[in-house]
Design a binder for this molecule. Sequence first.
Ligand code: ADP
Length: 420
Amino acid sequence: MNIDIQTTKFEALLAENAQLKKQYQQFKIKERYLKVINDFATSILPHNTVEDIVWEVAKNAIAHLDYEDCVVYLIDEKREYLIQMAAYGPKNPIELDILNPMKIKIGEGIVGTVAKTGIPEIIADTRKDPRYIVDDQVRLSEISVPIVTDTNNVIGVIDSENSKTNFYSQADVTILKTIASITATKILKAKAREEMERSNKALEQFAYIASHDLREPLRMIASYAQLLEKNYQSVLDERGEMFLNFLMDGAKRMNLLINDLLTYSRLKKKDEELQLIDLEEVMEEVLTNLEFIIEENEGVIEKEPLPKIRGYYSQTVQLFQNLINNAIKFKSEQDPHIQIKVKDRMSEYLISIKDNGIGIAPEYHEQIFQVFQRLHNRNEYEGSGIGLAICKKIVENFGGKIWVESEQGSGSTFWVTLLK
Ligand code: ADP
């Protein structure tokens, strides 16, 4: 073979080999990127408070990206300052303990600029950047990436410094941007949860105090109305007697409302662990408690064998009692026919309570689970409008869900998931 042809072929092979090596290196970098993101996503997933999340971010940068340090700042409520929330590395050797938290005005320094512009920055040599703020000691390069939400709102900055110049590359920006985006979602969710919990607590406290304080004056109204009835009925004319009846009726209804509200506000999640509860036993008690109204309405209850679930006994009785009571109370022209079925779904049971009652129009399917939400006036059906709110709270305390499927006029099915 001609030597020239051989050389050309060899060169071509070499070129191809070099190209493949380059491609392989690029895939290796991408794979590393995926691994870092995967490790990060997995480790941050179980964390649900803002504090835990920011510390996990700071720790992870050190663990997976070989950084010397990592600092997470969040923007304060007035959007004036970045507050250092977590720092990991030599500056802060003790976990969860910021020795000297920094506060940087938005627009000032490198992190302040990144918070303002929302654009990531790499500083190859901090000595040449007048914005560099010396914290504990001078470090020669820095990377600063904004934490941006889906709606393009900057809520903080992830920042790292290194003792060498030119330490950070564009690949670090790419990784940190993805990390920052996951972080933003987690932080927003944690904040929403904190807000919700605060609001729930305030609501519960209000409900408890209000219902508790209302009991005493109500008792007084009711007992004086009874005294009037007992001792002065003979001197009351027809109108007077009618007014007195309204008064007693009102007091009775208010008593029902207050009792239900008290029950609702007392349904706290207990510290003790959920117990294994036999639903057959629960149902037996419910059917005994409702014996009278079932018979009176000629109701038929059909049920599959029921399993054991995780919960607290008396709350489970209350849950099923409210649901079955409603299924009878909101009956249609036909006699009530209730079917209780169970589906086994991995870690939980899905229980359905189906009735042939008046049904609920789809636009009310969420509303009925809120306190005091009723679809009928009290002349049509007695009730406080708290029963389903109590059910929802109980089910959620047990780690489950409750919802309804129904069309007006064609019965309702309430679905409940309960842990095994
Ligand atoms: P209450 O029964 O005291 O009114 P609930 O919180 O138990 O309060 O129920 C809220 C509303 O949801 C009821 O007023 C009723 O309009 C509707 N509802 C509940 N259960 C059923 C059912 N099985 N069939 C039809 N409507 C129902």
